[in-house]
Ligand binder design. Structure first.
Ligand SMILES: [Zn+2]
Length: 342
């Protein structure tokens, strides 16, 4: 029910509606189909309608597709978004995100899961950055040239991985350690001169799964100035429960462990369930056919704000978790963009 004519019908309390509408809400990881195909792209509107202001869209990950097929996806998404300037802002700077919110447009940026995308060539970091990729993770489940994955015999950050950290810092590319092996994570935190994020990683203490992260990793990430993003993918949540109430239990664990300034959202919603089934098999999470797990959907976002209010958190804490914490990291790490003239 509408509180008044100007407010959306999110089905939450008027207090939650007001806060959700006013706060910067940034989901730092979502998965559109990895094909140069516009079929699902209009579904980005689901975020806007749910009061989300910024969304980070995955464009490729290790082991599933070649980096050049990933570039085709990335450039296709960019082209589609750039043709709709009344609806979308292609993010170059942190200020683009706040400007997009002020103008009622959805801010969109990109991420890449794994340094196989570099094919051993550091200069591709700049190319991806120029094309709007604002974070890259080190290794997606399996070891690569940069470091170890969380489902592999993690042999640590490699000399090439150290070079990646240096070049990324020069460019302003944010580094993420989700999907990365624990030893490699700790070495990235040690050697990175910038804050490092875990864009979509839940506490192992809530569910012991290799994709979830230990207290030690969460604390070391926060110590860099980084943020741990709560993931809404049922496989990585206690009891597979994707309700807002259960998600908030995971958030609360992280808040108590690393402090409210170091917790955010990377909900990992996958739009195309058929593609997800294929990737779950090939990606090494299970290695075989698996039913599609429940996921926390964009439409659930207002209920999440309501559930955070229900925890008794101060508004500043909730604003931090919803998006301000990612914004702080972006302001500290991202740099200008030569190609795009910013
Ligand atoms: Zn992922």
């Amino acid at each position: 029910m509408r509180d008044d004519e100007s407010r959306p019908a999110w089905g939450v309390t008027s207090k939650a509606t007001a806060l959700h509408g006013d706060a910067l809400v940034w989901d730092n990881h979502t998965c559109l189909p990895l094909r140069p195909d516009a079929a699902f792209l209009p579904q980005l509107e689901r975020f806007r309608e749910a009061g989300v202001d910024a969304v980070t869209v995955n464009v490729m990950f290790d082991g599933i597709m070649s980096w050049h097929d990933g570039v085709k996806v990335l450039t296709f998404f960019r082209d589609w978004l750039v043709q709709r300037p009344e609806l979308y802002v292609l993010v170059k700077t942190a200020e683009d995100i706040t400007d997009a919110k002020a103008s009622g447009r959805l801010a969109v940026l990109f991420d890449i899961e794994g340094m196989a995308a570099l094919d051993g060539q550091l200069s591709l970091l700049r190319t991806y950055y120029d094309l709007g990729v604002r974070w890259m993770l080190i290794a997606y489940n399996r070891n690569n040239r940069a470091g170890g994955g969380c489902l592999d015999a993690d042999t640590g950050l490699t000399p090439f991985g150290r070079e990646v950290l240096g070049r990324a810092a020069e460019l302003g590319m944010l580094i993420c350690c989700s999907h990365t092996g624990e030893r490699t994570c700790m070495e990235v935190f040690e050697y990175s001169s910038n804050p490092v994020i875990l864009s979509h990683s839940n506490p192992k203490a809530m569910l012991d799964h290799p994709r979830n992260v230990s207290d030690e990793v969460m604390k070391a990430c926060a110590a860099t100035g980084g943020v741990v993003g709560t993931c809404g993918f049922g496989m990585f949540l206690r009891n597979g429960d994707t309700s807002a109430e259960n998600l908030v239990r995971h958030i609360d664990y992280a808040v108590n462990l690393v402090g409210p300034d170091h917790v955010g959202l990377g909900l990992d919603f996958v739009f195309d369930e058929e593609e997800l089934k294929t990737f779950l098999g090939k990606g090494g999470i299970l290695g075989e056919e698996h039913p599609v797990p429940d996921m926390f959907a964009p439409e659930d976002m207002p209920a999440l704000t309501e559930a955070l209010l229900g925890m008794g958190y101060p508004e500043t804490t909730i604003r931090g978790i919803l998006g301000e914490n990612w914004l702080r990291v972006a302001r500290g790490v991202w740099k200008g963009n030569e190609l795009l003239g910013v």
